[in-house]
Design a protein around this ligand. Structure first.
Ligand SMILES: [Zn+2]
Length: 145
């Protein structure tokens, strides 16, 4: 049984949600071209049918993972979508290679899924989610976080 949707949220949060959940026009959430550059590790680029172009690095996408676990972790720690996790406290700095997927696969016609090198693969990045992840390419103004 799910209790989603009945949790209490602050007024600020609900206003922000309302602003970001305005429906987007179909051309804004339909990719005309998707480029996932795993070989060079540069990231993903999407040209949308309305002409906008979006570009994200892989670490940004990994830190914005929309799965329930990552979403909860961000809510608990107050981390924004795409904001890097704080480095773990260690006596000596531990080198963590930048996030990179081993593969990417389409999910139906509405999303893309990455198999990250760190083993994580439960995030499903819908076109709608990705378009909203690129605030500069939104067809309407969204209040700053
Ligand atoms: Zn996740």
């Amino acid at each position: 049984m799910s209790h989603e949707g009945i949790r209490m949220i602050s007024r600020e949060e609900s206003e922000r949600t309302a602003a970001t959940e305005q429906p987007l026009p179909p051309a804004a959430i339909s990719p005309a071209k998707v480029k996932v550059d795993i070989t060079n590790g540069t990231g993903m680029e999407i040209t949308w049918k309305d002409g906008h172009h979006s570009k994200w690095t892989f670490p940004y996408l990994r830190d914005a993972c929309p799965c329930a676990t990552c979403h909860e972790e961000r809510e608990k720690t107050g981390r924004a979508l795409g904001e890097p996790r704080p480095a773990p406290k260690a006596l000596f700095p531990i080198y963590t290679p930048p996030a990179k997927p081993n593969s990417a696969e389409p999910i139906g016609r509405y999303a893309i899924k990455f198999k990250w090198a760190d083993g994580h693969e439960s995030g499903i990045y819908s076109w709608d989610f990705l378009r909203r992840l690129d605030q500069n390419a939104l067809p309407f103004k969204v209040a700053a976080k």
